[in-house]
Ligand binder design. Sequence first.
Ligand SMILES: Nc1nc2c(ncn2[C@@H]2O[C@H](COP(=O)(O)OP(=O)(O)OP(=O)(O)O)[C@@H](O)[C@H]2O)c(=O)[nH]1
Length: 377
Amino acid sequence: MPEVWGPAVAVVVAIAGWFGYKSSRDTASEADSGEAQLAASPSSESDSGQTAQPQGLQDAPEFEQPESVSSRMTRLRARLASSGALGKALLSVFARGDLKASDWEDIEDTLLSADLGLEATDQIMEALRTEVKVSGNNDSERIREVLRQELLKLVDLNADRELHLEPGEAEDGQKQAAAALVVGVNGVGKTTSVGKLARILVAEGNQVVLGAADTFRAAAADQLQTWGERVGVEVVRSDKEGADPASVAFDAVKHGLETQADVVLVDTAGRLHTKGALMDELGKIRRVMERGTQIKETLLVLDATTGQNGMAQAKVFAEVTNVTGIILTKLDGSAKGGIVVSVQKALGVPVKLVGLGEGADDMAPFDPESFVDSIIA
Ligand SMILES: Nc1nc2c(ncn2[C@@H]2O[C@H](COP(=O)(O)OP(=O)(O)OP(=O)(O)O)[C@@H](O)[C@H]2O)c(=O)[nH]1
């Protein structure tokens, strides 16, 4: 049975804590039937007649104020891909003076071990060799500038990195929440990323609903609920371990429409049993969500520390669902900033957000220029 966990109602059930009430109807069958249609009807109550309503101000719990995007960008810049690591390693080779074949091999190894991938490494090697041959010197500023220009080309300054999560309008003129689906292999940081993204959206003034469709791991819903509680965002979840994730996703969209939310973010389990099973599961989640609104973003979460190893699994996700952006997590724990380049090349999708720590506001929109400057600083 799905539940909607919300701060306002939680005040009513104060003994049980801040959050929690159950809607009385199990919509799993509805989601499965293929006939259900979601309608944005703000005036209609939830099926149980218990739509979360704001309580009096004096009873309202105090929520955290998420950090603004500009402030977090400044704070997190130094954590980007172990600041300066690539630049320092390369310049130390160039500082050797006349470069021998073994020095060029060191340069190549450095680029490869930064997870840039073969193709990008070749491209950078070519540019550096040309520069050294043409200018005849190994001036560190010049080398750094060539490296910077090549990396900027590779990272792609023109990619669309906006999150397109503006709410739409239904045929009856009602606001229609934009939906985003968050997918990826287990353990990469999906639930954490959904929580952090909710904070960014709240900081920007959006009303957000979270859907805990990772029903495979019971703790994932609790984890998401904690994220929601901190910033006053409602979390739609099921109390049944192994419940149908599509049913929860359906309910989350439904609740988002009923409450006139701006954005519905849905967390998924991402168990990679087989490609076919994954396709079936994500396909069903998408179908039921799209009965109510548009899925405007499908964000693939990738762990930067897994480097090239994570790429094969990422490709499977990109094959089974239409990924619109990448969230690259744990970039703080990796000196391998080159993964940004290789993952974009492999999947043909831009990195839109980066995770830079375990803190609640340790996520930032990906800014290619800051990124390149920080890894070669
Ligand atoms: N250092 C660091 N740790 C992170 C980051 N993002 C997530 N983590 C940590 O990664 C671990 C796994 O995160 P989860 O959000 O539970 O991962 P998940 O993909 O939802 O996992 P499943 O529910 O098992 O599929 C947690 O310990 C997070 O704190 C990040 O950007 N930097």
